[in-house]
Design a protein. Structure first.
Length: 181
């Protein structure tokens, strides 16, 4: 992997993690000092998880041959590779989507697949519920709206996208994020 990619990703991670975070909580008449402290911790963790998800989209969407579609692309998807004919809806972990948003994401992928039948459409999750499942990873294929959708997660997905660069990129991202803690 070249230095240009790491420099770019390093700057993007810096920008994402340097953004201010919300610290004002919604009011609840039953709040106590203790409950407000807990709510603030939960808010901070939720904001951290959202930033980590955004970092993954940048890391993978800026990798050779891939495009980060960001917010507002007509497809509504996250990452695209015209060169490899791959369209991706990316989630940081398996529990990021509730049932209705998961269905909406499957709808986006199947709609894209219908318009671009030569593309592989992937619903991808970086992390599973355990370390073992995440590192091992997995994949399956399912049909949604009569279209074939691939589900890939963890090590299988990251190896599919990053190949031999996976370990180096993961270590770089971990080390860069650690500078902000």
């Amino acid at each position: 992997m070249n230095d240009t990619y790491f420099n770019k990703i390093g700057k993007i991670i810096d920008t994402i993690l340097s953004r201010p975070e919300k610290t004002i909580l919604t009011y609840d008449i039953l709040d106590t000092e203790k409950s407000q402290h807990t709510k603030l911790l939960i808010l901070k963790e939720k904001q951290r998880q959202m930033k980590i998800g955004e970092i993954w989209q940048e890391v993978l969407g800026n990798y050779t041959g891939y495009i980060n579609l960001k917010t507002g692309h007509t497809s509504g998807l996250d990452i695209l590779s015209h060169e490899k004919k791959i369209a991706i809806e990316l989630k940081n972990r398996t529990n990021t989507d509730n049932a209705s948003s998961r269905k909406s994401n499957f709808d986006k992928l199947s709609k894209f697949k219908k318009r671009h039948p030569d593309y592989t459409c992937i619903y991808a999750t970086i992390n599973a519920d355990t370390q073992e499942k995440t590192l091992q990873g997995g994949k399956s294929i399912f049909i949604h709206n009569n279209m074939e959708i691939h589900h890939m997660f963890g090590g299988v997905f990251l190896t599919f996208i990053l190949g031999n660069d996976m370990e180096q990129i993961i270590n770089f991202v971990k080390n860069t994020i650690d500078k902000y803690r």
